[in-house]
Design a protein. Structure first.
Length: 330
């Protein structure tokens, strides 16, 4: 208990440092609450932000899983800015947490801060998104989806849909955050599959930063400059949902005049799929919390863990979405 109180004081003292790297109130919070927490494992988690339904579900799951696992969680929200995440990680190093987990907003530029964590002997777990550091000893493991595979699944659905058509298929793409692993990989996986047939043409592709507002804005611009769009591929549900508003605003019918493929399968996306406004969703599960807590405990004990833990996920058609919706957790 004493240790817990002093940890709280320490958290309070470092809140000042944290204030510079987050929106303020969510700079550093503690979850946990199980009794007898003398030797409680302390995790510092540097989240990307709150840009999408996926992220909200992921944050909730991590916070709940920490509680269940008796892990004290220090949580920060970087508002999609790498410099904020770096500050949060440095603050966790100063606080001497037992383990640092984070979901890197972009892939590049992490070597220095990861080296600092390594020098301080604090193990790091990558959650959800990858880094492109050559030195893989800078982190213990990477838990998350295979984004290239997700892009391939999206491409394969399209190839199957248009297998009997000889006409060109004009595709517009709403990319995720520039430089992020899911944007890079979902784009390349998709491209790899559709490039087998030259009738598939990506006529416009731009970042919508994984948000609904940006998805809408960019889709409006696409619609203005391209009168003949057959397909929208959005790297997440939120951008797809924003784009649906733009399509309806332009007097077209989403899901019919323009076929829509998205990634994630969060509740609002699944609802739009069941309603016929989206045609296909590739699932990306945000429920990483339980596995993350297990890995953290092992890593802190010095046990061996696999270098890569890939999340299991599926795909949904409109019919499958209707069936799955009532039991969907997020
Ligand atoms: O698909 C998107 C979110 O990194 C897998 O980030 C995650 C992505 C997710 O903003 O909705």
């Amino acid at each position: 208990m004493l240790k817990r109180i002093s940890a709280l004081i320490l958290a309070g003292a470092t809140a000042l440092t944290m204030a510079g790297c987050s929106s303020g109130d969510d700079g550093s919070t503690s979850a946990g609450g199980s009794s007898g927490g003398d030797d409680k494992l302390v995790m510092g988690f540097a989240q990307v932000g709150a840009e999408s339904g996926w992220r909200t579900a992921n944050t909730k799951d991590i916070q709940e899983s920490a509680k269940t696992a008796g892990v004290e969680l220090k949580f920060s929200d970087a508002q999609q800015k790498q410099e904020n995440q770096i500050k949060a990680i440095r603050s966790y190093i100063q606080q001497k947490v037992d383990v640092i987990a984070f979901s890197p907003v972009v892939e590049s530029g992490w070597d220095t801060v990861l080296k600092e964590a390594q020098n301080a002997k604090i193990p790091v777990i990558l959650t959800d998104r990858a880094v492109d550091s050559k030195d893989t000893s800078l982190y213990k493991t990477f838990l998350g989806s295979d984004f290239v595979e997700e892009g391939k699944k999206a491409g394969q659905w399209l190839v199957d849909q248009y297998k009997d058509s000889k006409d060109d298929v004009n595709i517009v793409q709403l990319e995720g955050t520039t430089g992020s692993a899911p944007a890079n990989d979902r784009k390349s996986g998709f491209q790899e599959i559709i490039s087998a047939d030259p009738k598939f043409k990506v006529i416009a592709s731009q970042s919508g930063d994984f948000t609904r507002a940006k998805g809408k804005e960019v889709m409006e611009a696409f619609l203005k400059s391209n009168p003949d769009i057959d397909v929208l591929y959005a790297h997440n549900d939120d951008m797809g949902l924003g784009a649906i508003e733009a399509i309806e605003g332009a007097g077209k019918v989403p899901g019919k005049d323009i076929k829509i493929i998205t990634v994630d399968a969060v509740h609002d996306g699944m609802q739009a799929l069941a309603d016929g406004k989206i045609n296909y969703i590739v699932e990306c599960s945000p429920l990483l919390g339980t596995q993350l807590m297990d890995l953290a405990k092992k890593v802190v004990k010095g046990e061996q863990v696999p270098q890569r833990v890939v999340t299991e996920e599926t795909t949904f058609t409109q019919e499958q979405a209707k069936e799955a919706l009532p039991n969907r957790k997020y």
